[in-house]
Design a protein. Structure first.
Length: 274
């Protein structure tokens, strides 16, 4: 599996914030060492209105640098970089690749940024495909923005596993085309793989998607334990997901993960399998 990346993803940065450019240090060194193919993303500005309101787009575009909520910051470069993150997700969908993007996206709703996210990369790419798409979100936080956007869309099925209680406090129950599986803190591979076998795999088979899109948040990885989350998954769980989705066309988009080693080892487990 190839990757989608541009150095511009490092330009959205505010020192001291958990969502910073150094999150990608380890994975970029690994990619260079192993000569992982990098595809350049297109500018995704033209795709924003697929899911976002003009008011939200304009707000981000003209926002002064600083915090736009308690968690989410904007710099002079953020609008441009966020558009490239959207373009990276679309490019990954086109090429069945892994988009190593920043800023992440799954907390962004139609009308609002939040949770470190500006535009919803995975939702835009999934709807842009205009196919039957099954979205898997294994970030430790519930993708409330993705659920907000795709709820009721008959061509999209959203499946999320996430720690609870935890920000943003949503995803406590399944509804319509959104399957939510809250996880207790300390959840490990044994429990998670049972969920994959008993819930995820039958849901995919029932929906019969043309594509699978993955919100890959490695704050569910055991090396991220204690940074912002308390899950204990290893590469074994991510490889099990890969095993289940291997018969399908798929693409991945990076979400969380705040220990650089978590992202490196998470991406390695997926690219090494697919």
């Amino acid at each position: 599996m190839d990757t989608v990346f541009t150095d511009a993803y490092l330009e959205h940065d505010m020192g001291g914030h958990p969502e910073n450019k150094h999150r990608l240090d380890a994975v970029l060194r690994w990619m260079e060492k192993n000569r992982i193919e990098r595809i350049k993303p297109e500018n995704g500005e033209k795709y924003l209105e697929i899911v976002h309101s003009r008011a939200h787009i304009s707000h981000i575009k003209h926002c002064k640098p600083g915090f736009i909520d308690a968690d989410t910051y904007i710099t002079e470069k953020s609008y441009e970089v966020a558009c490239l993150a959207v373009g990276g997700a679309v490019t990954a969908a086109e090429n069945e690749a892994f988009a190593i993007v920043r800023p992440p996206g799954h907390h962004a709703t139609r009308d609002r940024a939040g949770g470190f996210c500006i535009f919803n990369n995975i939702a835009i790419a999934s709807i842009w495909l205009n196919k039957r798409v099954f979205i898997i979100d294994f970030d430790a936080h519930h993708g409330n923005g993705t659920q907000d956007i795709v709820m009721g869309n008959e061509n999209i099925m959203y499946f999320s596993t996430h720690q609870s209680p935890l920000y943003p406090g949503t995803g406590l129950e399944s509804k319509e085309n959104c399957i939510n599986v809250p996880l207790h803190p300390e959840t490990n591979d044994n429990t998670y793989i049972k969920i994959i076998d008993k819930v995820l795999k039958p849901a995919i088979e029932s929906f019969n998607p043309e594509y699978i899109a993955v919100s890959a948040g490695f704050d569910s990885y055991y090396k991220d334990y204690g940074w912002l989350t308390q899950l204990r998954l290893t590469q074994k769980s991510y490889r099990k997901i890969c095993e289940v989705i291997k018969p399908y066309k798929s693409f991945f988009v990076l979400e969380g993960g705040y220990n650089p080693e978590s992202i490196k080892e998470g991406v390695e487990s997926i690219i090494g399998y697919l």
